[in-house]
Design a protein around this ligand. Structure first.
Ligand SMILES: [Zn+2]
Length: 159
């Protein structure tokens, strides 16, 4: 599915959330859940600074959706995120039956940038969402947002 102007606007909100995470000492990732009518139902940002490395916004969205949306609503919802889901979050997304994912930057880009900055790889393998969740419709990356997201990553991981 092509990435629309509405999609890009929603990804911009994810980047804002990522920036607020960075400002709070967390890692710069932000995500929102939009229902079939186009209403943003839930949004969150990374919250790992407290020591729980599973506090990813995409995981929070999956849990929120399981508690608040019926299976049909979940299937028709779209999750937007500043950085492609990690395998944990891709699995959670698929387990609760959420719909399309649109991401601004890919895990592959994040890995490449980390390598440029000499940052060791994360403890979990970097896999495309569809390797973990083969039936999810996934769109991204969005080149127009790459520099913004890369700058946030560089501020957190690059020094
Ligand atoms: Zn994750």
């Amino acid at each position: 599915m092509p990435v629309s102007d509405d999609d890009i606007e929603r990804l911009q909100r994810c980047v804002e959330l990522a920036r607020s995470a960075l400002d709070a000492g967390d890692e710069p990732f932000g995500s929102i859940l939009v229902d079939a009518s186009g209403t943003t139902r839930y949004e969150d940002r990374n919250r790992v600074a407290g020591g729980d490395a599973t506090q990813h916004p995409e995981f929070a969205i999956a849990r929120w959706a399981a508690a608040h949306l019926d299976p049909d609503e979940r299937a028709r919802a779209t999750v937007y995120t500043s950085g492609e889901h990690c395998p944990m979050c891709a699995a959670a997304h698929a387990w609760v039956g959420l719909g399309r994912i649109v991401y601004a930057t890919s895990s592959e880009q994040f890995s490449r940038w980390r390598a440029e900055w000499g940052v060791p790889p994360p403890p979990v393998a970097t896999l495309p969402i569809n390797t973990v969740a083969p039936n999810v419709v996934v769109d991204g990356p969005v080149p127009a947002l790459a520099e913004q997201v890369k700058a946030l990553y560089e501020a957190k991981f690059g020094s």
